[in-house]
Design a protein around this ligand. Structure first.
Ligand code: KG4
Ligand code: ZN
Length: 324
């Protein structure tokens, strides 16, 4: 079965064809990030305009040499995300479903991040604990089967990706801050500036990152931001975020007696996080390759293959606050 997956929830315009939920035929991602780097965040209006322009060329590339007849199902991100961005993908998918007469499946973006793990050579087995870390979400999700999600921990304020992005901004680094901090951290000293590990000892499985942002703000007021200082602060920020993520994930796996841990979402592309959890976790670990951690259409197609719940195109609406 060939599924065409479409993803436009944030700044990417992405489309992909995945065969039988496991084999990526194409995975095309066009990003408008360059247009947002200087502003410190995504400008929704600009993102949506760029997506409207990129959608057809991206679809053409994703179809490759396939004819319309060879596509069996269309899958699209319904939410959560930016409304203008979501609308581009959702309305495109609805149009294609009607004109091509193909079944349509609506997919939750966060579930897409989870299913990046089903594109690994050896996919996970259940029960599975997923650390889901993106720009807008930080969640620990317990999965007992396909389509069954229980959120056992989440952030009380900023998401992990947001913590990277906001603290990067305080250091004068461009958006998105995660990859920037990660790059500087490679040559910085993570013990130089002792930053708080929020909620590490809270006894529950929740996260909070706004205190870290405040601590970095007061630190940047005390020091002169030379390149060396920026490298050391970056390494210290990264270490603080990663330590909390890893420790809480391990605690959750122990509490729910789960042997399998998976990562998902843009922050899962972070090299230090990938390394730190490998060092700490003795059970089975599933980590998608970095291009499948960040937003793409292949993971959306994969969700549809494993969760084939059809939607009528005339009833589908983009939902910016979609939960699961
Ligand atoms: O999942 P994603 O691509 O989009 C959302 O659904 O939000 O995640 C984007 C987030 C941004 O906050 C970005 O800074 C972060 O993922 N990110 C990283 C890295 N690559 C992307 N954070 C830390 N280290 C990275 N290498
Ligand atoms: Zn995402």
């Amino acid at each position: 079965m060939r599924v065409l997956g479409i993803e436009t929830s944030c700044d990417e315009t992405a489309a992909s064809v995945v065969i039988n939920g496991r084999r990526v035929y194409t995975n095309i991602v066009s990003s408008s990030l360059g247009k947002h780097a200087k502003t410190g965040g995504i400008i929704p209006e600009i993102a949506a305009r760029e997506q409207a322009k990129a959608m057809i060329p991206v679809l053409k590339l994703a179809l490759g040499n396939l004819s319309v007849k060879q596509i069996d199902i269309i899958a699209v991100t319904q939410g959560p995300g930016l409304i203008g961005s979501l609308l581009v993908g959702v309305e495109t998918a609805k149009t294609l479903s009607y004109v091509w007469d193909k079944p349509l499946i609506a997919v939750n973006h966060m579930v897409g991040h989870i299913y990046a793990n089903w594109l690994l050579p050896k996919p996970p087995t259940f029960p599975l604990l997923v650390l889901l870390v993106s720009g807008g979400h930080t969640e620990l999700v317990l999965m007992k089967d396909h389509g069954k999600y229980k959120i056992v921990g989440s952030t009380r304020d900023d998401a992990a990706g947001e913590a990277f992005d906001k603290t990067a901004r305080l250091l004068g680094l461009p958006y998105p801050g995660g990859p920037q901090i990660s790059k500087l951290a490679e040559v910085g000293n993570p013990s130089k500036y002792p930053l708080p590990r929020p909620m590490l000892e809270s006894g529950d499985l929740d996260f909070s990152f706004s205190g870290l942002k405040t601590a970095v703000l007061s630190l940047t007021k005390k020091v002169s931001l030379t390149p060396k200082v920026k490298r050391d602060i970056s390494a210290s920020i990264q270490e603080a975020i990663i330590e909390v993520l890893v420790e809480k994930t391990i605690k959750a796996a122990q509490k729910y007696k789960v042997k399998n841990i998976a990562l998902g979402g843009g922050v899962a592309a972070n090299i230090r996080l990938r390394q730190a959890i490998k060092e700490r976790w003795g059970g089975k670990l599933f980590i998608p390759p970095p291009p499948l951690c960040t937003d793409n259409g292949a993971v959306i197609a994969t969700v549809a293959f494993y969760n084939p719940k059809l939607t009528n195109w005339s009833k589908l609406e983009a939902k910016p606050n979609l939960t699961y």
